[in-house]
Write a protein that binds this ligand. Structure first.
Ligand code: NAD
Ligand code: MG
Length: 352
């Protein structure tokens, strides 16, 4: 079992280990004498794990527990789902002294966090992430969001959870493709901050080190978020590969999953930087080998100039410059501002 303390506008613990689902009740009880808890999940995750969570809550004396589930998938991450959650919380008389629990992947975490932050102007919530991506990324750091028709994550809040429980056993039921999609973010953390993490992840026996791997990712995210909770500077490092990834996701009509797009983005941008002499040769190839271990793609057939156009509309752009995150070596990334005119050529080079 490993623990990370996050000190932001709220201070909270992230636990990483086995068996945390069954001790969730006790751990929340240690923080509160409340009676009432609302659990939110999607249909897939609820069928697998909600029963065990509710048992644990009852054992810890939470007598009034209720469960709300919605259909799994990104299509549920909407204001309409948030509205249903508000009605559900109100119907179960959730007050500001009670607790909300998000049990699921990033979709459940984001929409539940959003609803928790706005219902009664903020009810405490716990993240119990059940995908690799949610354990290493979305459950920590306090970004909540819903999607609009015209784009992903366009409405949201910064609202930190009060507790995060990353139970590694829950990953056993994840389909390999979804696990591998999350691995792209793990590779990213290694590439920007931690060479050992990178090597551990890209090794054939990574599964033996999963607790350590997740712990290191959470620690990196903690360090970055503590320095830049509201995403105005250093937090940008977490966007390594992401500007291009967003363009690829958009271009594909969101049929290419996020992690796969991030893998392509990291490799392409690093190849472009090597060709331009900004980073040493060989880094892109190291990234590529790590991605291949998780069956992640590292190139795209989309027209690079079209992708570059989409990138230039990205929120990371700032007037006539665009901030490109580049690994100077595996384990150390920097923010590299680039004039907009140079960027188009740069992307075309990377996607060749
Ligand atoms: P997801 O929540 O849709 O989960 C993927 C699929 O796996 C779903 O069908 C789900 O039902 C299933 N699943 C989840 N856990 C399972 C388990 N243990 N066993 C079997 N099946 C399981 O997707 P995700 O990849 O976890 O999250 C993606 C979302 O996270 C996106 O909406 C993205 O915008 C968001 N995100 C948010 C942040 C943040 O900082 N808030 C960061 C990164 C991503
Ligand atoms: Mg990401």
């Amino acid at each position: 079992m490993k623990q990370v303390t996050v000190k932001t506008s709220k201070t909270y613990e992230v636990w990483v280990g086995n068996g945390l689902l069954d001790s969730a009740g006790e751990r929340i009880r240690a923080l509160s004498s409340a009676q009432r808890v609302a659990v939110v999940s999607d249909d897939t995750v609820a069928a697998l794990y909600a029963g065990r969570l509710l048992d644990s809550l009852h054992r810890a004396g939470f007598d009034d527990c209720s469960l709300f589930t919605f259909p799994h998938g990104e299509a549920s991450k909407t204001l309409a789902t948030a509205a249903k959650l508000y009605e559900f919380f109100a119907g179960h008389q959730i007050t500001r002294g009670d607790w909300i629990i998000a049990l699921g992947g990033g979709v459940v975490g984001d929409v539940t966090g959003f609803a928790a932050s706005t219902f009664l102007r903020g009810v405490r919530y716990v993240q119990i992430p059940t995908t690799l991506l949610a354990q290493v990324d979305s459950s920590v750091g306090g970004k909540t969001a819903v999607d609009l028709e015209c784009g992903k994550n366009l409405v949201g809040t910064f609202y930190q959870p009060s507790l995060v429980l990353c139970d590694i056993q829950l990953l056993d039921t994840l389909p390999r493709e979804i696990f591998c999609d999350g691995a792209a973010e793990v590779i990213k953390y290694g590439a920007i901050r931690d060479r050992e993490l990178f090597e551990m992840t890209a090794s054939p026996d990574y599964r033996k080190h999963l607790e350590e791997i997740i712990h290191r990712c959470v620690s990196i995210k903690r360090d970055i978020v503590q320095n830049d909770e509201f995403d105005t500077g250093e937090r940008m490092l977490l966007n390594f590969g992401h500007t291009l990834a967003h363009a690829i996701e958009t271009q594909s009509g969101y049929t290419i999953p996020h992690g796969r797009a991030v893998a392509i983005g990291m490799v392409a941008i690093t190849k472009a930087a090597a060709a331009a002499g900004i980073v040493p040769q060989g880094i892109a190839e190291e990234l590529e080998r790590a991605c291949w271990m998780f069956d992640l793609p590292t190139s795209t057939d989309f027209d690079p100039s079209g992708l570059a156009q989409i990138c230039l509309g990205d929120k990371k752009r700032n007037q006539n410059q665009i901030n490109v995150i580049l690994p100077e070596q595996i384990g150390r990334a920097v923010i590299h501002p680039m004039p907009v005119e140079a960027f188009q050529k740069f992307i075309c080079e990377g996607c060749r």
